[in-house]
Design a protein around this ligand. Sequence first.
Ligand code: CP3
Length: 379
Amino acid sequence: MLSSPPDNKTFAKLKNDLILRAIKMEKVERVPVWIMRQAGRYLPEFREIREKHDFFEICQTPELACEVTLMPIRRFALDAAIIFSDILVIPQSLGMIIEMKEGKGPVIQNPLTTPTDIIKLNWPKFNQANVIIDVNEVKTEGMKIEVLKKVYQAITLTRISLNGKVPLIGFSGAPWTLMAYMIEGGSSLTFLKARSWLYKYPDESIFLLQKLSEVIAHHLIQQVKAGAQILQIFESHAECMNKQLFQRFSIPYLKAIANVVKSSFDKETTPPLILFAKGVQHSLSLLNSLGYDVISLDWTLDPEEAKKILGPNIVLQGNLDPSALFSSKEALQNLTTDMISRFGTKGYIANLGHGIYPETPIENVSYFIEAVHSYPTNL
Ligand code: CP3
């Protein structure tokens, strides 16, 4: 058991705890809202900083990562900040060399080509495989742990700079989503190379997913110790799995991670966990028993149907189609109001159903947030 997350005394008291209250299904005077990829290229100030600095240089420089995290918070009435980082810092920490190329996204120079490549990575040493991790026993020799340490430094700095304005969200990619990039070497529509590993090398795939789960749990716990107040796990590439693949190669690891993270803290300090798994309509009914406090719905799902399947006891987040931010002001307000009426205002966090697009008209971001905040909660 970790003694406590950060030394809370060194951080300012939280002034806006709407999201935390929504997660506890408590009363909220307005619906809380944040936006996936809120610190991204739709912001002119982010594009400006990107002209001077490489993407991963920003991730690796706590002052820059903090500055970028705060950009959307300064501009909009958002109810949470999310640390500027990337899910690919974990493969980087294992020794993979990754560049962010304009118009192409991430490119991994040395992707995994056969299962023998797995053990060539610089894995940290945990006490024993398949056993609840005591993170204090993690030995990190070989691993480029400084890549992850920069994230923790950025989190602490950002938490201090936020001065309690809104809570800070930490995050990680889920095992399958990371595995998909590590094999594919970059973004892909089909993730054919990665997906075919699941059929060609099922045992080795499971070995890789287990190893990744350990590192991910460690990374999430350390983020909380550094000051993150909420955690979100991104299983973005669940969308290229069918029901059988998702249930065999994703679900067990999502569950294990939630379990390890939750059991590392006592009840008072345990961070709320949000799960965003994209394209999992086939397995929605399973998501409320994995140990997550919030299920983030992607934009293809119908809130009312999802609510019926998931039941009343789980908090939901989402799920406006990010392309709806290209509509007129009035249409956007109506779409937002309609969305909230279908979720209901109790135990609900408004968000998009995936990351905001770089081309999004910036004024529409304000209209979206205003529409959420002006929705009556009757509480
Ligand atoms: O939400 C936030 O504002 C916090 C920061 C954040 C980024 N990436 C910054 C980023 C978060 C939470 C992520 C998560 C992430 N990264 C995911 C899961 C979420 C999702 O979108 O499904 C994934 C799959 C990645 C991997 C990744 N990073 C890809 C595929 C790309 C290229 C796509 C793109 O939008 O260009 C990135 C780049 C990236 N990560 C950018 C940002 C702001 C834009 C890159 C740039 O500035 O050049």
